[in-house]
Design a protein around this ligand. Sequence first.
Ligand code: ZEM
Length: 290
Amino acid sequence: YFQSDLQKAAGVPQKPLDYQEVYNAVAGLLDNDNYDDGSYGPVLVRLAWHASGTYDKHSNTGGSNGATMRFEPEASHGANAGLAVARNILEPIKKKFPQISYADLWTLAGVAAVQEMGGPIVPWRPGRTDATSGAACPPEGRLPDASQGQKHSREIFYKMGFNDQEIVALVGAHALGRCHTDRSGYDGPWTRAPTTFSNDYFTRLLEEKWVEKKWDGPKQFADKATGDLMMTPNDMSFYNDRTFYLQAYKYAKDGDLFFKDFSAAFAKLLELGVPFPEGSKPIVLKPTNA
Ligand code: ZEM
């Protein structure tokens, strides 16, 4: 017998998983010239967000624990269209590091994507476990709807336990990635550097002139100068709501403040509702270019 098999059989804990190795493996699969803007980073951030943003503080249900999006009905919730791409690219990493739970892997991958695309360090904590069926899937409708405005955003994010400042910090993630007509129905990126984490979502929102796009698709806005950038009606509510606007203005002026606040809010998002073991502490995973 292998000593490790005997130990496993006897319930002796195995060598702890080195999460930095998992991080490095995720970092290694981000770049792909044939996908979108050249990186899987944005869709991995969206996976971590949608896995976590289903949390409801009143019932203490939903959230990243369980990785319930693997199961129906959550896998087919409209808001999650396209996220199979993100789940599938992580499969080889799950095979290489079978000890990590899907729930930890998805949230760690979101952190890796943010950091590798030049974003802030996001302290991350392991300890999530995986559900074994869809019984714990949250009901549909807990994630925000881009066709709606500030009242809706507040309802959705307050039920997760966030305040207005945190909501604005979080939506700054729209510096990354793009909308896809075959996923959400919307089309295009928010910024000109969608694989670089920055405060550009706020600078574009405040500095461009936004006009309604003339097309057959859902109502969205285009920058008047080039028509290349987009905002959904929900994005525009961060301009039109006075409290949201004042916070967005701060982040447009002060990228360091945005990085600091995004890190705190994103770390909080990924931990919502997770029953971490007592005394567990967040760890810092190092960027591969550091
Ligand atoms: Zn998003 N998001 N989001 N978001 N999001 C999309 C894409 C991305 C909203 C929303 O409707 C949409 C947060 C908040 C909110 C990312 C991160 C985060 C898309 C496009 C839509 C429609 C999906 C598609 O077609 O592929 C709304 C209404 C939000 C409420 C405020 C928060 C919070 C995020 C992270 C912290 C990211 C990275 C993307 C880009 C995904 C990609 O594949 O490029």
